[in-house]
Design a protein around this ligand. Structure first.
Ligand SMILES: CC(C)(COP(=O)(O)OP(=O)(O)OC[C@H]1O[C@@H](n2cnc3c(N)ncnc32)[C@H](O)[C@@H]1OP(=O)(O)O)[C@@H](O)C(=O)NCCC(=O)NCCS
Length: 188
């Protein structure tokens, strides 16, 4: 029997890397959630080839791909990526994340993103994480506010989604801010 190696555990969910065996489960979740995800992420390609490209991308040192799983059953309840990792004097990355229609609104993403912050500012030795969010994406704004991100600015025509260049708010958190906000379980 395959042993699942989790990177970190919270009270209800655990964090692990995405793996090739996740294709069927992630595809089913994304398909059931298409209506919920489309306004914010655009229409997505769920072919095996697109998933293979995603796996290749997250094998690069510039990207990390995680799933959030329920403790106990291991069922996937969310996905979080750290994209565009820059080392050197920046040590920064950009987070992207998704819940699913059957799992949203239960606090799993708050717990899961908190684990990602813990990993990013600990083992991955990053110093800063950014999130870019459309101004009317209230659930996403609520999520990052809860975790101590601060609003830094407004990026006009930032990302091409659903046929238009969409404005985004830019939010960020540093390792020091996370420690001060008390989100780091190592300090509590
Ligand atoms: C953004 C997104 C990931 C947020 O997910 P979420 O399900 O709201 O986040 P959580 O799992 O942490 O749930 C938090 C919500 O559950 C509620 N909740 C219910 N039961 C809870 C419990 N037992 N514990 C904690 N929170 C609970 C919280 O009050 C909160 O609601 P609020 O945002 O109205 O305050 C999700 O809306 C999503 O996938 N959206 C589409 C994709 C997207 O926008 N991605 C980001 C692009 S920038």
């Amino acid at each position: 029997m395959a042993i699942t190696s989790y990177l970190l555990h919270g009270p209800r969910v655990a964090l692990r890397h995405v793996r090739c065996q996740d294709y069927d489960e992630l595809t089913a979740l994304a398909q059931e959630s298409a209506e919920m995800l489309r306004p914010w992420l655009g229409a997505r390609d769920h072919t095996p080839e697109a998933f293979e490209s995603y796996l290749e991308r997250i094998e690069q040192p510039t990207h990390e791909g995680f799933v959030i799983c329920l403790n106990g059953t291991g069922a996937i309840v969310g996905g979080i990526n750290i994209n565009n990792i820059v080392r050197g004097t920046l040590q920064s990355g950009t987070v992207g994340y998704t819940a699913y229609a059957s799992t949203t609104g239960r606090g799993y993403m708050t717990e899961g993103l908190r684990l990602v912050l813990q990993l990013a500012f600990g083992q991955l030795a990053l110093h800063r994480l950014e999130a870019n969010i459309q101004p009317d994406n209230t659930s996403s704004l609520n999520l990052i506010k809860r975790l101590g991100f601060q609003r830094e600015g407004y990026s006009t025509a930032f990302q091409f989604i659903n046929g238009e260049w969409r404005d985004h708010e830019r939010w960020a958190i540093t390792a020091e801010m996370q420690r001060r906000s008390g989100s780091d379980p190592n300090t509590s």
